[in-house]
Design a protein around this ligand. Sequence first.
Ligand code: TYD
Length: 428
Amino acid sequence: MNQLPYDTVIFDLDGTLCNAEQGIVSSAMYALEELGYQLPEGVDPREMIGPPLVHGFEQVLGLPPEQTARAMELYSRYFDREGMYKYTVYPHIRSILRALRAAGAYLAVATSKSEKPCRAVLEHFALTRYFDKIVTADSSHSIAGKAELIRRALPERYHRAAMVGDRRYDMEGAKANGIDGIGAGYGYGSDQELRDAGAEHIVPDTEALRALLCQGVDIPRGFFLTVEGPDGSGKTTQVNLLEKSLREYGFSVLRTREPGGCPISEDIRQIILDTKNMEMSPACEALLYAAARAQHVVQVIRPAVETGMLVLCDRFVDSSIAYQGGGRELGMETVQQMNAPAVGDMMPDATLYLDIDYRLALQRRMGASAPDRLELEAFDFHERVQKTYERLVHDSRKRFMTVNADRDPMAVAKDALAMVLARLEQEE
Ligand code: TYD
């Protein structure tokens, strides 16, 4: 704990923890339009981000004071319904919070937002639990200065504290409280603004913020998540959607796939999937998959998990057990043994299984593109693959999360994300 550069860190929300641009600007534009106003010429609506809302409507957008109460009502209505879902968490923020938390730092939020939207955003992104205190403006009408909010966010005692924020209000507030101001140069204020307001440091991105705040801090282990399913289960689409969502939640995601994921393993992939290699023996195939995996684990998966990343891997050893163990009838145990030196202790922390009948899945796949060598195999091969997957899911119920994949892709993605987030939450 004494090794931390700052044992107490107060964060601003919009433009510091979260990219709020789309959420705030769309809500403000909605309110303006509903009131029959237009955005004044030359005004950047992003200026709305940072100061209290009432200030934004009156001083940035130039609304007459008698209209602001109504404008804020309209703004809130849109924000609750749509605006807040346009927020994203900046990359690395989650790993910064996790690392600081694990190292025993006191963390708080001080924002000029009112309590309801602030809490809604933090809850939506499952960030609430990282903070000892969340200080908001008392109501949307409040103009409590940032210095006062920061003062309330600070603990009774601390060794060295910093306020991280993207606007001058944050830096001035830090100064007024005698603590360091760290300017989030990636937010909505300019470097000049932050410097003039007395920023101690200005970080251009969240990677630099992590370097500054987490100097000398042990990075907590990341997470290894795999996605499995039969050919044609819509796995690629689901992995794409999951990756996008997890990034928006601020996870540091490393996306990879098997067979492949690094140059040696991608070369092996070519050999395995090449339709000219029809005579490849099942054992040769299984050993090639295991060989590709061995390199992938050493070169990509393990280093990433050890540096706190969330590794999202499209297929892993379960595929070998299902396809070579079941499909090719080498037996589950034999394939498990073949993979032991490749996998070592890097078993996935969780595995998302896309559950769909193999006949339906194959039909989908055949319609989508030219089938590769494995896809041309007889239907009973795929039936055995499915049965083996089902055995695996049954035998490792704690690791697997099963989602019904015989539905609209967006519905599958929604459920898959909810399951993954719930599992990640257990980890932290
Ligand atoms: P790929 O193009 O990745 O297909 P998909 O989009 O369905 O994942 O090809 C991977 C093929 O390799 C797929 O048919 C499953 C098979 N496979 C195995 O048989 N064993 C394994 O260990 C792995 C990783 C994949």
